[in-house]
Design a protein. Sequence first.
Length: 308
Amino acid sequence: MQTTNQSNEIKVILAFAAIYVIWGSTFYGVSIALKSFPPFMLSALRLLIAGLALLVICILRKEEPPSLNALAKNAFCGLLMFIGGIVAVVWAQQYLPSSLASIIITTPFWFIILDKRQWSVYFSNKWILTGLIIGLLGVILLLGFKQGRSGTGDSGMQLISIMVMVTGSAMWVVGALYLKYHPTKTSTFVSTSIQFLAAGIFCLIICLMRGELQHMVLKEIRMDSTIALGYLSIVSSLITFMAFVWLIKRKPPVVVSTYSYVNPVVAVLLGWGLGNEHISTIQIVSLAVILCGVLFVNIPKYKLFHQN
């Protein structure tokens, strides 16, 4: 019994390490992959590789096939969530350093704003309202950040990129909330595979329409970009997601959600230490302000958790 408990504790530690460190390193991985792959091609490859790998797992697990309704619903939500959560980030990182992109973690705030069924609870709580205001101030501070990835980025495109990422966070939450209130009977593995593949096919179509393939020269693809692509596809998108699903079934969601505090710190440190990205004062202040906002939003959940 003691050996089993120790084994479970090790698994929990490894799962937390994955969602803390691996998801935090995703932004730096994207910046490396973008050195060889155009944004929509990178997104298509990442999503399709993860989706196909997960499909193989579903086949090996002999998962029940989805109904047509579940297929359509998961495909639509996959477009919303992964275009908002992955493609928007990849596109924006053409003009933003990875450390800055990681700070724009507006997802917790969009959950409060868009989850209409919980408004009576959310907007009657002083902690949540304060957190929303603080988070908004943090985003506004980011709009004053004027340095691109190479230090010469166009400030107009940086502003657009920040807004794309904020909008992408909202898209992710819309898809997640739809699935929450209109769940399908398919397993998590099957549903996620459909979502990955639907978003990947969409990105592939956009990639072909933009002519990204025509400008690709295989011999010019960097080894580090190829490794980054594999890392983003298998380690970040697939393995870490499975760790997250496993963890969320064993620990309170409020505890698991602490990754949203750690990911930006990991990304900023990697961008500064490995990517030679300049960390400005306004970037540090924005990080602190947004994280404070996320903390305030989650205080009521922590109180409820400790009461139970």
